[in-house]
Design a protein around this ligand. Structure first.
Ligand code: PMP
Length: 355
């Protein structure tokens, strides 16, 4: 800590440093990346964007990308915003839709950055506890408030909210913006994008980091009513008009145009997820039903932090959350079949050793 720091910064710590280790052979199952590479078309499009044009600033409005996304999602381009990863868009939302003194609602347990952004931007928040089975109790969000933010499927639990329940929640919150973070929706669950024409208070956020194998490119989209998109543009233009570079725009367009590789990779991840879920359950692990590219697992007899430490010694990286209710769980990203077999064998041995 330093005497020049603001009180806000003294009070918060984002909690991921150290999760991107650069060691030799590693089974990296800790940050929900896709184990399969993006398609050659995506890589070629990015290579083709490396030209003298890079001396010019990129198109701040990402017009071609938004037009391509418009054809892909069936939503007008003016209703789509592109950002430097969905984290950036989520951060912009806090400035665009909420004032200090407003109170927003999100579940306790969910994506940790909602709380980080609320604190950073001085927005008050209330949390609604998940049910015993880690489901989001939608009725808990029917109360009057200034905003709602939900991940669907939720993270790090992996469970989905049905579209029917989500629509009821949006209807009960017509006075407030409802933000649905669909970072993992391509792996399971029903998207709320189809509800956008009906509700001007609904904003859906997507990322290219998970199902599209492009975490390193930093691309996210927000889809919603024109008025909501205009607010995001204002925030962006006050901070940095050029958050999405030329190369990223080219890669993201090519990704939306290549449904084949994308669909194949998702199917592989889902098949591996279901196979490993069954194996771990047979081996005595509790595995929360997942509609994502990760699993939340625990073992009755062996503590999660002991498993985590032992796995790290074998260069297998998974994620532990120092949070009540899930502090005895590990979150495991779905890797390749080979990586998951290495993890599975390691877990089996550790559980056997500690019997
Ligand atoms: N939302 C959720 C629920 C996430 O898990 C993540 C990734 N950790 C993000 C948003 C951010 O994704 P990105 O900034 O890479 O688009």
């Amino acid at each position: 800590m330093n005497k020049y720091w603001s009180e806000t910064i003294k009070g918060i710590a984002p909690y991921v440093p150290g999760e991107q280790p650069r060691v030799g052979r590693l089974v990296k199952l800790n940050t929900n990346e896709n184990p399969y590479p993006p398609s050659p078309e995506v890589l070629n499009a990015m290579r083709a964007a490396v030209t003298d044009e890079l001396r010019l600033y990129p198109d701040p409005n990402c017009s071609l990308l938004r037009e391509t996304a418009s054809r892909y999602y069936g939503i007008p381009a003016e209703q789509i915003f592109a950002g430097n990863g969905s984290d950036e868009i989520l951060a912009f939302c806090f400035k665009a839709f909420f004032d200090s003194g407003d109170t927003i609602l999100f579940p306790d347990i969910t994506y940790n950055f909602y709380e980080v952004y609320a604190r950073l931007f001085g927005v008050s928040y209330r949390t609604v506890p998940l049910t015993e089975s880690f489901d989001v109790p939608v009725e808990g969000f029917y109360t009057c408030n200034d905003g709602v933010i939900l991940a669907n499927p939720n993270a790090p639990t992996g469970k989905v909210i049905s579209l029917k329940n989500l629509e009821a929640l949006v209807k009960h919150n017509r006075q407030a913006v409802v933000i649905i973070d669909e970072a993992y929706i391509d792996f399971g669950g029903e998207s709320a994008i189809g509800l956008i024409p009906k509700y001007d208070n609904l904003l859906v956020i997507r990322t290219f980091s998970k199902s599209r194998s492009l975490a390193g490119l930093r691309i996210g989209l927000a889809l919603g009513h024109r008025g909501l998109i205009e607010a995001l543009i204002r925030v962006r233009d006050c901070i940095n008009c050029f958050t999405v570079d030329w190369i990223a725009q080219a890669g993201a367009i090519a990704s939306l145009e290549d449904t084949e590789t994308f669909t194949r990779n998702i199917q592989k991840v889902i098949a591996t997820r279901d196979r490993i879920t069954a194996l771990l359950r047979q081996a005595g692990f509790r595995v929360v039903d997942s509609s994502t590219n990760f699993l939340l697992i625990s073992h009755l007899k062996v503590k999660a932090d002991a498993l985590n430490e032992a796995l790290r010694r074998q260069n297998i990286f998974v994620r532990l959350f120092p949070k009540p209710r899930i502090d005895n769980y590990l979150r495991v990203t779905i890797g390749t079949d080979e990586e998951m077999d290495i993890l599975y064998q390691a877990l089996l041995e550790l559980v056997r050793e500690t019997r």
